[in-house]
Design a binder for this molecule. Sequence first.
Ligand SMILES: NC(=O)c1ccc[n+]([C@@H]2O[C@H](COP(=O)([O-])OP(=O)(O)OC[C@H]3O[C@@H](n4cnc5c(N)ncnc54)[C@H](O)[C@@H]3O)[C@@H](O)[C@H]2O)c1
Ligand SMILES: [Zn+2]
Length: 362
Amino acid sequence: MKSIKVNLGRRSYYIVIGSGAIRCLSGLLRRYLLGYDNAYVVTNAYLYKKYGSLLINTFKAAGIGIKVRLVPDDEKAKSLAVAGSLLGDIAVFSKSRRVFIVAFGGGVIGDLAGFVAAVFRRGIPYIQIPTTLLAQVDSSIGGKTAVDLRQGKNLVGAFYQPRLVVSDTDFLKSLSLRERRSALAEIIKYGLIKDRSLFVYLERSLRAVLGLKSKALAFIVRRASKIKAQIVSADEREEKGLRTSLNFGHTIGHAIEAAGGFTRYNHGEAIALGMLVSSEISLRLKLITPLVFARIERLIGKAGLPVKIKGLKLNDIIRAHYHDKKFVGAKNRFVLLEGIGRFRVQENVPEELILRAVRQRM
Ligand SMILES: NC(=O)c1ccc[n+]([C@@H]2O[C@H](COP(=O)([O-])OP(=O)(O)OC[C@H]3O[C@@H](n4cnc5c(N)ncnc54)[C@H](O)[C@@H]3O)[C@@H](O)[C@H]2O)c1
Ligand SMILES: [Zn+2]
């Protein structure tokens, strides 16, 4: 099974990727979680029904005790209330046992379980077994853990790295088409900021990816995970500007998501539109050519992601944009493209230019 290392000194860990990767779990636990013999598994009812017996058998075969905790299948699970309830539960479960936490699910479960692992006794080990495409290529890697407050998403959290990530691409086969497309937006983003050959692969093999062909899934998860791992290894806490590149398409994307009340467009759809706005700004600043812009627009459209903003008011998007936390002081800050696979961070993009680029998408 192929693996990728996230290089963080003593906190380094491996991401094991591929069809059937879960079958390696037993050996991996012996290697990376020696001495921890009880797993506290956080998942939801849907995933438990579908994959629960596979999971239980896998842990049993490894001689690991297991307690499963189901949480709501909703962003609402990322709350202090749910986290508090899990912490109480773990306090009891871990009384006479050496416990590690397992996040089995999408980004919601990964963020919640990771946060709980980070704060229980100031940190106990956890592993990620991501089951959505987004979680495999993005949220399970990098140690950003969080819960939401009523006042905003991800407001309470910690940087806390897992001991291991196991991305079994077979899990992705039960995902809805909309979920897969949404995650594809992030994968297109990786290609645009850092990996031209990934972008070219998507241009050629999108049908195999959307058709859930095992080889194609393993390839894109591997490539995307590698990029995320490299960026996190070089700039774990987003202090050197490199991790900022992951925000490509997210400044305006978040504004579109918010202006649509978080229901009109899901995250991936909104950032697909945000990437087009940022590409448009790059085009108008002559950083990329019209040909490159056309390729980006074509791939996003072919992936089944929106290329036009519908049903939203320009004013609402711009207003939401001013609330974006990614502003540094009074300056705006955009990740722009210099070509496919090359980005630059630019502050103080003229408001008029942003406005025109958004309007162009409507
Ligand atoms: N920590 C990070 O770096 C980071 C990065 C990006 C996003 N996030 C967070 O991730 C969350 C979004 O994650 P997500 O998109 O995975 O959403 P999600 O966790 O809500 O999962 C989406 C849906 O897919 C279902 N599902 C999961 N696995 C499945 C499978 N194999 N087959 C069928 N259905 C399955 C889930 O039950 C859920 O209904 C957000 O809370 C976001 O803030 C975190
Ligand atoms: Zn994103």
